[in-house]
Design a protein around this ligand. Structure first.
Ligand code: CO
Ligand code: CO
Length: 337
């Protein structure tokens, strides 16, 4: 569901007032919900599932797990337990394939230090798989979308363009090396909470269905600040631009473009294709984090040994206009490291 539709739907539901233990609830539009258990401990929960992105079932399971866990990391939580959620067609797909998908997910959970407790599978016309995940966080040190302040720098930890490559793959038009590169990026855990916390991260989210621009816009709105992104510094999957130019653009990406349009401005030098790719709806993208400007160099140094798929200072936080994102052509150019 597109971001605009989702917000309209939530607005139509009469939610009872949250008990005070709810630190981040359904109204907050953050990456995951947070429920305080004690002064030092909070539960962090999220769920995500979707149709296959890649043909290989093991890789699909691993991507589904990395993607679900990403919302926990984006809140500053440590993954603890998970439940799988699956829709499986009664005919046409061998049942062993579900086992392989689950194996990919279980191995990825293990890498994250989390345990699969069980799950639920229903018959469905289309194969779907995902996970509900639960983590633990210190309620005094949550990473929300609302803490970015003027002077902060924006760090991105994976390239964008995964939606474009996945759409080309579905059309049989993606090269095997582009599929492999996309799958590698999507399988990688956003397990970067410790270095982010050590550098005083102020706001954090992960880049998924709303695209980099959509998620940046959510951060700008909820932090009541302006953001500037430098288009030339944003890391892209190789050939993402060419594939988008050839028309392999997910419907979600075009929706994102329309949704962000009233709140985003571009330098004239930012071409239409770049604007589109900046909105690319992807799965299991990187973390977009705002850190105090004076800590940015230290953060990059601490992140580098973790070998994130990309590591770039892609923008900065401005005093205003609040809830607005401006995309500049590259200024300074030294952002990609
Ligand atoms: Co998220
Ligand atoms: Co968050």
């Amino acid at each position: 569901m597109g971001p605009g539709d989702l917000h309209a739907l939530l607005a139509a539901v009469r939610l009872p007032p949250d008990p005070q233990e709810v630190l981040v609830g359904a109204r907050a539009r953050d990456d995951a919900g947070v429920y305080r258990l004690s002064e030092e401990l909070a539960l962090v929960q999220s769920v995500d599932y979707f149709t296959p992105i890649v043909d290989d079932p093991y890789t699909f399971g691993a991507i589904a797990a990395a993607n679900a866990l990403s919302d926990l990391y984006a809140m500053g939580a440590r993954p603890l337990v998970a439940l799988n959620v699956a829709g499986f067609p009664p005919k046409g797909i061998p049942a062993e394939q579900l086992a392989v998908i689950l194996q990919g997910a279980v191995d990825k959970l293990q890498e994250a230090g989390a345990v699969l407790l069980g799950g639920h599978t229903v018959e469905d016309r289309e194969l779907k798989f995902g996970l509900a995940v639960t983590g633990l966080a210190d309620p005094r040190h949550l990473f929300t979308r609302s803490g970015a302040r003027p002077g902060d720098q924006l760090v991105l930890t994976k390239p964008i363009g995964g939606g474009v490559v996945a759409t080309a793959l579905k059309a049989g038009q993606a090269a095997s090396e582009d599929i492999a590169a996309m799958a590698d990026v999507m399988c990688r855990l956003n397990d970067l909470v410790d270095p982010l916390r050590a550098c005083g991260v102020r706001a954090c989210t992960d880049v998924t269905g709303f695209g980099l621009l959509g998620h940046a816009l959510e951060m700008a709105r909820q932090s009541r600040v302006g953001l500037r992104l430098f288009a030339d510094r944003v890391p892209l999957l190789q050939h993402a631009r060419q594939l988008a130019a050839a028309g392999h653009v997910p419907g979600g990406t075009r929706h994102n473009m329309e949704w962000v349009a009233p709140h985003v401005s571009f330098d004239a030098g930012v071409d239409p294709l770049t604007r589109l790719v900046l909105c690319d709806a992807m799965t299991s993208g990187g973390l977009l984090a705002a850190v105090p400007g004076e800590r940015a160099a230290d953060l990059l140094e601490r992140l580098r040994p973790r070998r994130p798929p990309a590591l770039a200072l892609v923008g900065e936080v401005l005093p205003g206009p609040p809830g607005h994102v401006h995309v500049s052509t590259g200024a300074g150019g030294a952002g990609t490291l």
